[in-house]
Ligand binder design. Structure first.
Ligand SMILES: [Zn+2]
Length: 332
């Protein structure tokens, strides 16, 4: 797609695009603390854009005062997001664009780069830099056939503090490359933040360690890394991508897996972003009818969306603690 086509798609004509800086100075709409003002005029450090909230927390904790970090996606997460003209504006002056990749957000990042005309922008796809052995396959939703093929990697690395540490260290290295004069600062802040993530992991492990029954159904296919870090057992997923309800066959499979008499699954994770979804309720009803006792829906936020004014540097830790507590309260 050419820049012009893209701008048209974004609802801008080429002429308007030239006026973008003027429009920006007018600055209409509710201010968003993570985006507004876009870039402080007197800051000399790297201008860093991240695609969504967990990456914002990771980057801003490493950046300190040496780099400026701005976040793109807020109330619409990477599975559904399409960049607006405002989002494109955000990257016109940026130096670095940190994305998760693994087919989650790189398409939108490339659209924004093309639309911005900022050829110097370095788009970093973190998922491609994580050692392949650290990646987990997505959940298999077709359990009836022979397993001689691979599934694409699950992109939700941030839901495990262990994998988040890998991401934080990769971000540290990118910031050091962009701003070698402040390498020592990036190193020390990354080390401090990694300690916090290690503490978060230890807390979660302690909360879950005495649970006898750690079987969970997740709402969307997102917990491969969480499963690994916290030794829970993901028995099924309601939907591969959020927003799509499971078909009859998928629901039947889930009911069979979770209704297994020797290993019943009674904890169903649902996401606050999709509270209108009925599939969790349907599964609960079916399992209860099958004789599974105490089936519960638990709110587990996959941290793909954020209320803009809630996005503080400690947001990731706060939300993960809430997830771990909710799960620990539901598991026996
Ligand atoms: Zn997801």
């Amino acid at each position: 797609m050419t820049r012009q086509q893209l701008l048209q798609r974004l609802g801008l004509t080429a002429a308007l695009a030239v006026m973008v800086p003027l429009v920006f100075l007018g600055c209409v709409g509710k201010p968003d603390p993570t985006k507004d003002p876009i870039w402080p005029a007197d800051h000399k450090g790297p201008k860093v854009v991240v695609s969504f909230a967990p990456l914002y927390c990771f980057a801003v904790n490493v950046a300190g005062d040496d780099a400026v970090v701005r976040n793109v996606m807020t109330t619409t997460g990477p599975h559904d997001f399409n960049p607006s003209a405002n989002d494109v504006k955000l990257v016109t002056q940026a130096d670095l664009f940190l994305t998760m990749g693994l087919e989650l957000d790189e398409r939108q990042a490339e659209m924004m780069k093309t639309g911005s005309g900022n050829d110097k922008l370095k788009v970093v796809t973190l998922g491609n830099l994580v050692p392949a052995k650290s990646l987990c396959e997505g959940y298999c939703t077709h359990q009836n056939h022979a397993h001689n093929h691979k599934h694409p990697p699950d992109p939700h690395l941030w839901l495990s503090p262990d994998h988040s540490i890998l991401l934080v260290n990769l971000i540290r290295d990118e910031l050091k490359k962009a701003d070698p004069a402040h390498a020592a600062g990036y190193d020390s802040r990354a080390a401090t933040y990694v300690k916090k993530l290690e503490a978060l992991k230890a807390e979660g492990v302690a909360l879950l360690k005495d649970k006898k029954e750690k079987r969970v159904v997740t709402f969307h296919d997102s917990l491969a890394y969480f499963e690994k870090s916290f030794d829970v057992e993901i028995r099924g997923v309601l939907t591969v991508k959020p927003g799509q309800e499971p078909d009859e066959k998928a629901m039947k499979t889930l009911i069979n897996v979770c209704g297994d008499e020797t290993k019943p699954t009674r904890v169903i994770a649902v996401e606050p972003q999709y509270s209108t979804s009925t599939s969790g309720e349907t599964l609960k009803k079916e399992l209860t009818a099958k004789g599974v006792k105490d089936v519960v829906l638990v709110e587990f936020d996959t941290l793909e969306t954020v209320k803009p004014d809630d996005l503080t540097p400690d947001w990731y830790e706060r939300k993960m603690r809430a997830n771990l507590k909710a799960l620990a309260d539901a598991l026996k």
